[in-house]
Design a protein around this ligand. Structure first.
Ligand SMILES: [Zn+2]
Length: 108
C-alpha cells in the first residue's frame, strides 16, 4: 500500500490499470479514503487522512480533553477535526449518545 499524492494521474503504478476513488481503505483499523486499482486492487491512501489517523493515535496515547460549552438550551463539546475526520463525523450528522455510570459514549 502506498500513500496517494495530489496531482498524480489516476493510473495504477503496479499494473497500469484505472484507479478509482474509495473511502474504505483500512489503515490501522480506520477507514480512510484514497484510490484503489480496479484491476489489481493496489491501494493509495489519502495522505491527509492517514495523517489524521496518526494524530488520533497520538491523542489516544496522550489522552484527549474536550471543553463543554453552552449552545442554546444544550451543552456542546468540541471534537478535534482529526478525530471527526477519521470517525466520519460531519457537521449536522447524527451521533448516538449512551451513558454508563458517569461515562458518556458517543457513537459515530
Ligand atoms: Zn493495478
Amino acid at each position: 500500500m502506498k500513500m496517494a499524492k495530489k496531482g498524480v494521474p489516476h493510473t495504477c503504478i503496479e499494473c497500469g490499470g484505472k484507479m478509482g476513488l474509495v473511502k474504505d481503505i483500512n489503515f490501522r483499523g480506520y477507514q480512510v479514503s484514497g484510490l484503489r486499482c480496479t484491476k489489481c486492487k493496489f491501494e493509495e491512501m489519502d495522505l491527509e487522512m492517514a495523517g489524521e489517523v496518526i494524530k488520533l493515535e497520538k491523542m489516544k496515547v496522550e489522552g484527549l480533553t474536550a471543553r463543554a460549552f453552552k449552545s442554546g438550551n444544550s451543552i456542546s463539546i468540541r471534537i478535534p477535526m482529526a478525530l471527526a475526520r477519521v470517525l466520519h463525523i460531519i457537521p449536522g450528522g447524527e451521533l448516538q449518545l449512551k451513558t454508563r455510570d458517569h461515562v458518556l459514549e458517543i457513537e459515530a
